[in-house]
Design a protein around this ligand. Sequence first.
Ligand code: NAD
Length: 282
Amino acid sequence: MSRVAVVGAGTMGNGIAHVFAQHGWETTLIDVAPGLLERVLATIRTNFERQVKKGTVTAEQRDAALARIRTSTTLDPVAHAELVVEAATEQPDVKFKIFRDLDRLAPPAAILASNTSSISITTIAAQTQRPPQVVGMHFMNPVPVMPLVEVIRGLETSDKTVGEVVEVAKALGKTPVEVNDAPGFVSNRVLMPMINEAIFCVMEGVATPDAIDTVMKLGMNHPVGPLALADLIGLDVCLAILEVLHHDLGDDKYRPAPLLRTMVAAGRLGRKSGRGFYVYRD
Ligand code: NAD
């Protein structure tokens, strides 16, 4: 395989496109938001520049990778893709519609992967006529830096599809870990309750965000505190994942903290909006 389409060019989509292009794939990045794609290409260029400065990528590799990225505001280019990685907004209806369209437009042999953090791969696959070729390919943020890809097997996902996606992840220099389809998979089933509890601590005045993050960094050896991590992920994304955990597992221990809802309602989404638990100036 050498041709990929990435659907959704937000926080994750731009990193996923970056990594595929870096590893030689003809990459088409697709988003419906007007004007976004130009900004995203500039971000990808800046991120490659950082790698060149660090010496992990040469200037020639950067130029070749950037030349491999095309953009589109429609799904039509998926007609040429062997693999599609969907990284659109974490809302079930948005993803279901995209997968119905992808099933219609992508070649019959193409694999359709979702980068969803929590939505059932089995349910996404059921929107298509090709459930054996639908799989979760859950990259971590920031994608060019983080080594893990959680590979999620839906109820109908074939061994062949899982095997191929595992090989793709390895070829991208990542470490794939296979997990079964369950709300939040492993990563967010374990991570989100910790972030949510940290938000409850802020809400109840137990400590400041900085104090909570410092406790977790210095006391538990976490490289980033849970609130800084929530800002990086996006508070709207955290809320969407907690809603899925709460609804699908039916246990109130996953109830999103009211402060999280309030911050999302106010547009304090973390890094991407310039303000979350911390303020970001760039
Ligand atoms: P984001 O809000 O930054 O970006 C989502 C993008 O999808 C937006 O640019 C939006 O315009 C686009 N979009 C919406 N509908 C679309 C459509 N019909 N066609 C094409 N594009 C469409 O979100 P994100 O943080 O990049 O998350 C994307 C996915 O990755 C979600 O499923 C999320 O759960 C998952 N994820 C996020 C993180 C994280 O740290 N943010 C980590 C792992 C996985």
